[in-house]
Design a binder for this molecule. Structure first.
Ligand code: KIV
Length: 271
């Protein structure tokens, strides 16, 4: 029997047990009540209310514009849709980088105003004091290393990170620091699979990969990408499970035809 099937509610402890048992962890993003309900009922382990909402929900080019208030709106909608999975909410850009007091205040707002179970923030050594402060307040923290989209203007590109030894060494050190600071898991985004393997093997806490290969303890994808809602984004790491873009287009075109030719509504569809 898998750890996943035995449990009624996924907690940070469940994830540690899953790693110890060699059971992979599944995580997807969601930003609203209706999709959260479907994804949770389908058996996902973790829903991430990602700041990718800035891209896929609000249409911004980067994750930088989304605000704490907007993240709180998305997270509270998700929480109303779930029964079983663990919900992680991204601290948006600007809500934690300045100092640990501000970081804690932002994390507290998310926990109090949404009912979510944990938060995620990007970075290693630079944000370690904020992570310690949030963890000390009893709030579970997920780390995020590798390609950290809130720093896109520093990187200048969305290509694979930590290919060079210097950056790989920093990532190795940061992963250890995050574990020691009390993070319950770390997202590894767009790094070489062998580096993700080494980091995953050297940590007790689980790693969740996106474009970080098969050796991570779990995987995460952005829901809109894996369902094929957003069809322009086709990186190598993405497996598209549906073409919802075409299915929705066909349904909408059929509806338009039915209305135009006075086929909808028919006798049975009116009062
Ligand atoms: O915001 C997000 O969707 C994320 C994932 C890409 C991990 O941080």
């Amino acid at each position: 029997m898998s750890v996943n099937k035995e449990i009624k509610k996924v907690t940070t402890n469940t994830l540690l047990k899953m790693k110890a048992a060699g059971e992979k962890i599944s995580m997807l993003t969601a930003y609203d009540f209706s999709f959260a309900r479907i994804i949770d009922a389908a058996g996902i382990d973790i829903i991430l209310v990602g700041d990718s909402a800035s891209n896929v929900m609000a249409g911004h080019e980067t994750t930088l514009p989304i605000t704490l208030d907007q993240m709180i709106y998305h997270a509270s909608s998700v929480i109303r849709g779930i029964d079983r999975c663990l919900v992680v909410v991204d601290l948006p850009f600007g809500s934690y980088q300045s100092n640990p007091d501000i970081a804690l205040a932002s994390a507290v707002r998310i926990m109090k105003e949404t009912g979510a179970h944990s938060i995620k923030l990007e970075g290693g050594e630079e944000v370690i004091d904020s992570i310690k402060r949030i963890v000390a307040a009893g709030i579970p923290v997920m780390g995020h290393l590798g390609l950290t989209p809130q720093s896109i203007y520093k990187f200048g590109t969305y290509t694979v990170r930590a290919k060079e030894e210097e950056e790989a060494n920093k990532l190795r050190r940061d992963a250890k620091l995050l574990e020691e600071a009390g993070c319950f898991a770390i997202v590894l985004e767009k790094i070489p699979a062998q580096l993700a393997k080494e980091v995953s093997e050297n940590l007790h806490i689980p790693t969740i990969g996106i474009g970080a290969g098969m050796y991570c303890d779990g995987q995460v994808l952005v829901m809109h990408d894996m369902l094929g809602i957003n069809t322009e984004f086709k990186p190598r790491f993405l497996r598209q499970y549906l073409n919802l873009h075409d299915q929705v287009t066909n349904a909408v075109q059929q509806y338009i035809k039915d209305v135009k030719k006075k086929d909808f509504p028919n006798e049975q569809e009116q009062y």
